[in-house]
Design a protein around this ligand. Structure first.
Ligand SMILES: Cc1cc2nc3c(=O)[nH]c(=O)nc-3n(C[C@H](O)[C@H](O)[C@H](O)COP(=O)(O)OP(=O)(O)OC[C@H]3O[C@@H](n4cnc5c(N)ncnc54)[C@H](O)[C@@H]3O)c2cc1C
Length: 119
């Protein structure tokens, strides 16, 4: 897609989670609200979401990787609640493993588990 404008104050490269979050935070600022400043997200593909996107094929929807939100950072938690609302969040118990050279490692990695597995 081509884009034409005399002036863009902020160019955000990439419409993955980082770029979209940057844009989301930026447009809350008064100068972007009143149109004094402008921001544009440039995405090289025709889908936003980056490697967190849900891809669609033949009517089926696939997550490129199973994604879940997990953070210990309060501002990040608050941002997700702001975007999705507490009602749209599904809380799920989680257990992930990385299968590497015939062994399963806890994900996120835990020091003892990783050391024992690697020897
Ligand atoms: C299998 C898998 C499972 C994962 N599970 C989780 C999870 O459970 N929880 C979690 O928090 N994270 C998870 N992640 C990590 C998460 O997907 C990434 O951390 C996140 O997508 C990174 O976001 P990003 O915006 O930095 O980059 P990306 O998602 O890579 O997005 C970058 C975007 O920029 C675009 N782009 C690149 N170059 C240009 C250019 N020159 N011009 C214009 N556009 C460009 C790309 O097309 C893309 O859309 C997982 C990742 C994978 C692969």
């Amino acid at each position: 897609m081509t884009f034409s404008s005399d002036k863009v104050d902020v160019a955000i490269i990439g419409g993955g989670p980082a770029g979209l979050t940057a844009a989301f935070e930026l447009i809350k600022r008064p100068e972007f609200q009143d149109g004094t400043k402008t921001a544009v997200v440039f995405e090289s593909t025709d889908v936003v979401g980056g490697i967190s996107q849900t891809a669609e094929r033949d009517g089926w929807r696939f997550d490129i990787g199973g994604h879940r939100f997990f953070t210990k950072v309060k501002p990040v938690d608050e941002l997700w609640d702001e975007i999705l609302g507490t009602e749209d969040f599904m809380l799920r118990p989680r257990m992930s493993r990385i299968y590497y050279r015939g062994k399963k490692f806890d994900y996120p990695l835990k020091a003892m588990n990783a050391l024992k597995g690697w020897g």
